[in-house]
Design a protein around this ligand. Sequence first.
Ligand code: PMP
Length: 405
Amino acid sequence: MINIQKIKQDFPILSQKIYGKELVYLDNGATTQKPIQVIEKLKSFYSEINSNIHRGVHYLSNKSTEEYENARKTVKEFINAKSTKEIIFTKGTTEAINLVAFSFGETFINEGDEILVSQTEHHSNIVPWQMMCKRKGAKLVVIPAKANGELDLEKYKLLLNSRTKLVAVAHVSNSLGIINSVKEIIDEAHKVGAKVLIDGAQAIQHLKIDVQNLNCDFYTFSGHKIYAETGIGVLFGKEETLNQLSPYQGGGDMIKTVSFEKTEYADLPFKFEAGTANYVGAVSIAEAIKYLNNIGLQEIENHEKELIDYATEKLLEIEGLKIIGTSKHKTSAISFVLEGIHHYDAGLILDKLGIAVRTGTHCAEPTMKHFGITGTIRASFAIYNTKEDIDKLVLGINKVKLMFG
Ligand code: PMP
């Protein structure tokens, strides 16, 4: 059995009071807090190991490089990639998607080709494709969502055709918490020869990911949402596909030889890692993964499922509260609106009660448009949240309602 009180003690930030109230942190979809194990690792890395990677012959540089490359192995095993060549460190999910949009676009996209994204994507999984379509004269096609926020797979299948070159969808929607049927989406796309990118920014910290089983061509996530540092993320890509793509950025570390006449690029994964990588961030991801593995991924999934079910039940008891995205397939985020109360006002009052939630469009304006709303209040959970946190949220919402009469 998972011991949440013990886990909570691993996160120093959670023990503080906000406006004299115990902090209830329910903004984990935006970023997660960091366990002491990750914080200590950063401290010891900077105190004992730090030196630039891949370049030096000296002891510290070799040690740094070893930690960085071990982090790549840890990530490879965590998502069950075939090879470390398939693990590219990026700044985050956004950069990983931009990398694919650029490099895949340069290599494979021609005028008239189609890229499919869904109605419920984060802006990070819309705008890079729009930019690519503009550059290449391709067309962005939208997979519609149903009234409950699930993607309409029947309509999706009808949209697929020989012009479809890539499908990009979130594994879990950040604004609704809905788990998309990515396996089916991937299998269907492959039938027409399209590649698939899965944006795993909201899935990696909640669900066991196996990229071989999913058979996706690309998978992306951010360190800061999985209990590690900001400014680091991961792009998984199938080796064969990555090998075909042109590089995203030029610079140090991504080359074999350079002359003014011709540059030869480095092999994978370095071809896509120009400049000094955020090697400390990568090490923090490895430490965070170690931390999660120690707790047990299945335990985490079970605990968070319990939280979302409990939150759904309790929130639905509140009169005038409407949940946005009512699919049963959800994890760790719940979005709602309160009748007659602006989400921003509700968020401000909850904050004064020590409860951190996110309000607004959640970088998903097309999702809000789909539901005909200007924004929601989103509570998003992590391993350290408890049912008591949800009870406090419910009490807080009732206070908000009282204040607004
Ligand atoms: N996709 C999804 C589904 C997200 O939730 C986020 C972050 N909110 C992103 C992409 C972008 O992640 P980052 O800002 O870490 O690059």
